[in-house]
Design a protein around this ligand. Structure first.
Ligand code: PLP
Ligand code: SF4
Length: 444
């Protein structure tokens, strides 16, 4: 299968997609307008196999990949619409567009600047090390994707705001860093999507990790949406065998290789190609774990999650995380409030057997850590959220339940206030008292 990509602007190819005429004039216009601000890219697999064109308005994968009018505020939309109507090209619009992008909180939770470690006085710009055991690595050639998700929190790099500064070529520094930090057991190779790399390029990274003597490095994770956006990568693509052999090499070398697959909706694991791809990856000894955020229009429905988890287990995958939509880009469009996220999680969790209850969530990746909404509860007449750290900037926070005032509209941690008349959450107090955590935080 040859891959054909379609974008709204950059390639002027959006109108060439075979399904173009299924869209109304209004939809085409909206896509052009919003696609000038947020990234847009789809390919023939997504168009032909995943989207139901007979009911495109309500199609979850259409919502996942195509810009929608509601993703911009009215003033932002109208501003861009008037420029598009005036026939301005993207260079003429650039300043206005960049202003709008800046207003969309492009770097939530200190994405760019915090958690970047150093070794020998050199900043490892392509590394994020926030949680003691696991470092994230952003290889330079893996900073794009086969298609783009409309809710993606990495959107600034796809529209050229981030200039790929947050990525690197070198593995030698990373190996040095892993050696110097014996707490690190996991490397998570991420992006973008590292699986957009050619197998030869991917091999240079993986081989370097395998050939180095790194006894503390037990788990190699690859974060990827390629199973949804281009599963041929593991079946009939020219490089498929090379990738599969590499995975096998890692597992034979005694490393646990886990493919962190991003699936948002059951339709993504329903095609014969994705099923074959999953089987081929599993046959290398690699494990597949699955994760996704809860998004309105895409999967804000317990049945969708229960179906996904059951199907994943059936195909030998391990449900891993359910996330809450991050506070960036089109968050307002997709947002599901915290209480509703918990209800969806709980309802779905109740529908599956213990085998699928490996999934944890719903969780916010916020700056202090991954915060799980355990639920709401009434304690001595006060309704509260019960929350829990699944991961913490300070490892000692993990597994500590805490309480926030109930707020039916809250969609993110920073909107919550401590319950029971407390002034601050316990982790905010810890920040003031640096000597509590300075030893644990020395790796930061
Ligand atoms: C989620 C996450 C990890 C991995 O956490 P696990 O709970 O081990 O899966 C690592 N680093 C960052 C910054 C993360 O957000
Ligand atoms: S595949 Fe991942 S990184 Fe790429 S657009 Fe989707 S969510 Fe973002």
């Amino acid at each position: 299968m040859d891959q054909k990509e379609y974008q709204a602007y950059a390639l002027h190819s959006f109108h060439k997609m075979p399904q173009y005429n299924y869209l109304t004039e209004e939809q085409k216009f909206n896509i052009r307008v919003v696609g000038n601000v947020l990234p847009f890219k789809v390919n023939n697999y997504v168009l032909d196999e995943l989207i139901d064109w007979s009911d495109v308005e309500n199609d979850p994968i259409f919502q996942l990949t195509f810009p929608q009018k509601g993703m911009l505020s009215k003033p932002h939309f109208n501003k861009v619409a008037s420029m598009v109507e005036a026939g301005m090209d993207k260079y003429a619009m650039r300043d206005e567009i960049n202003k709008i992008r800046q207003e969309l909180n492009p770097h939530p939770a200190g994405q760019q600047s915090s958690n970047v470690p150093e070794i020998d006085g050199v900043k490892l710009t392509g590394v994020q090390h926030k949680y003691r055991e696991t470092m994230l690595f952003f290889p330079r050639k893996g900073q794009t994707c086969h298609a783009y998700c409309t809710f993606c929190f990495r959107w600034p790099q796809f529209v050229g705001m981030d200039d790929l500064k947050f990525a690197m070529n070198e593995t030698s520094l990373i190996i040095k860093y892993i050696k110097a930090n014996p707490h690190i057991t996991d490397i998570l190779i991420t992006g973008g999507d590292p699986m957009v790399m050619a197998p030869e390029v991917f091999a240079t990274y993986l081989n370097a990790l395998l050939d180095a003597d790194l006894p503390n490095l037990q788990n190699i994770r690859i974060g990827s949406k390629s199973l949804t956006f281009w599963p041929y990568k593991y079946t009939t693509d020219k490089g498929a065998d090379k990738f599969l052999k590499l995975f096998e090499k890692a597992t034979k070398a005694g490393k646990h290789l886990t493919f962190m697959a991003h699936f948002n909706n059951p339709v993504e694991i329903s095609t014969p190609t994705v099923k074959k791809a999953i089987q081929n990856i599993r046959n290398t000894g690699a494990q597949i774990r699955t994760q996704a955020p809860i998004m309105k229009y895409i999967n804000d429905d317990a049945d969708a999650w229960a179906t996904m988890w059951k199907e994943q287990v059936k195909l030998g995958c391990v449900p891993y995380y359910m996330f809450i939509a991050r506070d960036t880009g089109a968050q307002d469009y997709f947002a599901v409030n915290l209480e509703r996220c918990w209800q969806i999680y709980r309802e779905a969790y109740q529908k599956v057997s213990g085998i699928a209850r490996t999934v944890r969530g719903p969780s916010m990746s916020a700056s202090p850590g991954k915060v799980q909404v355990l639920g709401t509860q009434e304690i001595h007449g006060e309704k509260v959220f019960v929350l829990n750290f699944l991961q913490g900037r300070n490892p000692d926070w993990v597994g500590r339940p805490f309480f926030a005032k109930y707020d039916p509209h809250a969609i993110w941690l920073d909107e919550l206030e401590p319950a029971f008349g407390e002034e601050k959450f316990f982790f905010e107090k810890a920040k003031e008292n640096q000597n509590i955590s300075s030893t644990e935080l020395s790796y930061n």
